[in-house]
Design a protein around this ligand. Structure first.
Ligand SMILES: Cc1cc2nc3c(=O)[nH]c(=O)nc-3n(C[C@H](O)[C@H](O)[C@H](O)COP(=O)(O)O)c2cc1C
Length: 157
């Protein structure tokens, strides 16, 4: 079994595509976080609601992805940048598994804002985990950049 797990939430599949690249490069296991109630930005006020969820630290119920992580050493955590932070399903994950003594590697995709507060918010939420240098990508990342970053963090024994 792999010691590497890639966990991600993705609304419009950009982060999913990055997560899949990471899984191929690292030969890690991959898990998508799926909230019970899917997000939709098709109606007025939806983005405001999500911003509000993020501000109050709301944890949506997950129907998949928050299974135990006991056997993994390295946990990649991927999210779109939503209002400078991670999407709410990430908070649900961080609060439902035991990340103590795990090594967390954040990644995100964004529309120009890079990581924003994503890394610092993960670090606040997981004070007993070690954080390695993450990777923030706009939607035009390529495999070579992803490979270079994974070489740099030097986790592939
Ligand atoms: C509700 C919402 C809020 C967003 N807020 C930001 C932001 O604050 N900064 C930014 O750079 N991009 C922002 N974006 C753009 C997304 O981060 C970007 O399109 C991302 O690649 C989408 O990833 P996904 O396809 O995995 O969902 C936002 C998108 C949505 C839907």
């Amino acid at each position: 079994m792999s010691k590497i797990l890639i966990v991600y939430y993705s609304y419009s599949n950009t982060t999913k595509s990055l997560a899949e690249d990471i899984a191929i490069i690292t030969d890690g296991d991959i898990r998508e976080l799926i909230p019970e109630k899917p997000y939709s930005f098709a109606y007025n006020g939806a983005t405001k609601e999500v911003r509000n969820e993020i501000e109050r630290g709301y944890c949506p119920k997950l129907i998949s992805g928050n299974e135990p992580i006991n056997d993994y050493k390295y946990i990649f955590i991927g999210t779109p940048n939503w209002f400078k932070s991670f999407a709410p399903p990430i908070l649900s994950f961080l609060r439902s598994v035991d990340l103590k003594e795990k090594i967390i590697i954040p990644f995100c995709t964004h529309g120009g804002g890079g990581f924003g507060q994503i890394e610092s918010n993960i670090s606040k939420e997981c004070p007993d985990s070690k954080l390695l240098s993450g990777f923030a990508a706009a939607n035009d990342f390529d495999d070579k950049q992803v490979k270079k970053w994974i070489d740099e963090i030097n986790i592939l024994g």
